[in-house]
Design a protein around this ligand. Structure first.
Ligand code: ATP
Ligand code: ZN
Length: 295
């Protein structure tokens, strides 16, 4: 593994549900990742950084140990790791992909009566720490059976009555005759950094990359909006524009008393917003995507 002291190291999942989106995010942040199949690491050609391709379960350890300064991992894996220990990790951003939930599921035919049905039961999971914390927080006395996979089979194999597993559509549970009954954690991919000291040169790189990533995340929702309006409508229009603090207002040549309003909307712009703007006196409304933004 490359451990070049002057380069940043970023841990992402080698192959799985988070791999493509993690790579994409870094590419949108301008990193040109060297290609190559089945590699454990890749050099970034135009930025002093290397990517480490690892199992998602190893990402928190790599980042907490400071081997990698940054990592992209599911909140579920991260919280399972950090629970009960003082890990040197900090979540920097929620990334909006890899959404799923850790849920307790019961056999379809089971007459589930709420949390009290879990009292004294056995629950199979690959997330024992999160499951135990949830049970404890809810005052339930149940035993947790740790499995490393194929958790959905546990009830049929009589290993446990319930399971606690990741769900996105619920199809896998249903295919195994199970239905979700409680939500333990809502999860998505997060960007994490080590809180171990980072050497001087790398701090500059880290800050630069974080700014870019924040820019990428901000542009996802943001739109650039342009419209024309008479002077007496400007105050009301500024109020309506979603997530705008100070729009740019430019006088329109040859049309006294009329202005062009330009602004970055930090929130989604819906058709309803455009209709309200029109109703307030706006015309020629244009909403365009933003490709890059540095905040
Ligand atoms: P690895 O080989 O890296 O250990 P894995 O099999 O543990 O891979 P994946 O199934 O690729 O992991 O899931 C990676 C992450 O994707 C999960 O930890 C979770 O954060 C997220 N995820 C999103 N939807 C789901 C889902 N339906 N089931 C499981 N994980 C999901
Ligand atoms: Zn894993």
């Amino acid at each position: 593994m490359i451990t070049d002291t002057n380069r940043l190291h970023i841990a992402i999942q080698k192959s799985g549900r988070l791999s493509d989106r993690s790579r994409e995010l870094l590419e949108h942040a301008g990193l040109r990742i060297q290609t190559g199949k089945n590699r454990l690491s890749a050099r970034v050609e135009n930025f002093a950084a290397d990517l480490m391709f690892v199992r998602d379960d190893d990402i928190p350890t790599f980042v907490a140990d400071g081997i990698c300064e940054l990592g992209i991992v599911g909140l579920n894996v991260l919280e399972e790791f950090t629970l009960g220990q003082d890990a040197a990790l900090e979540v920097l951003a929620e990334l909006g992909f890899g959404r799923c939930a850790l849920k307790i599921a019961a056999p379809e035919q089971f007459d589930y009566q709420g949390l009290k049905s879990l009292d004294g039961a056995r629950i199979a999971t690959t997330y024992p720490n999160l499951t135990k914390r949830y049970l404890q927080q809810n005052g339930i006395n149940a035993s947790v059976v740790k499995m490393s996979g194929a958790v959905e089979l546990a009830p049929r194999l009589k290993i446990a009555q319930f399971v606690c597993d990741l769900v996105s559509t619920g199809d896998t549970l249903a295919a195994n005759g199970l239905r979700p009954v409680e939500t333990v954690l809502e999860s998505e991919a997060v960007l994490v950094r080590t809180t171990k000291p980072v050497s001087g040169d790398k701090t500059v790189l880290l800050d630069a990359l974080l700014k870019r990533i924040q820019g990428v995340l901000a542009t996802k929702e943001s739109k650039y909006i342009m419209l024309n309006a008479p002077e007496n409508a400007l105050a009301r229009i500024t109020e309506i524009l979603p997530g705008v603090e100070a729009p740019t207002i430019i006088p329109l040549a040859g049309n006294p008393g009329h202005f062009a309003v330009h602004a970055v909307c930090q929130e989604s712009v819906f058709w309803e917003t455009l209709e309200t703007l029109k109703g307030a006196g706006a015309s020629g409304i244009l909403v365009v995507p933003i490709e890059k933004m540095m905040i």
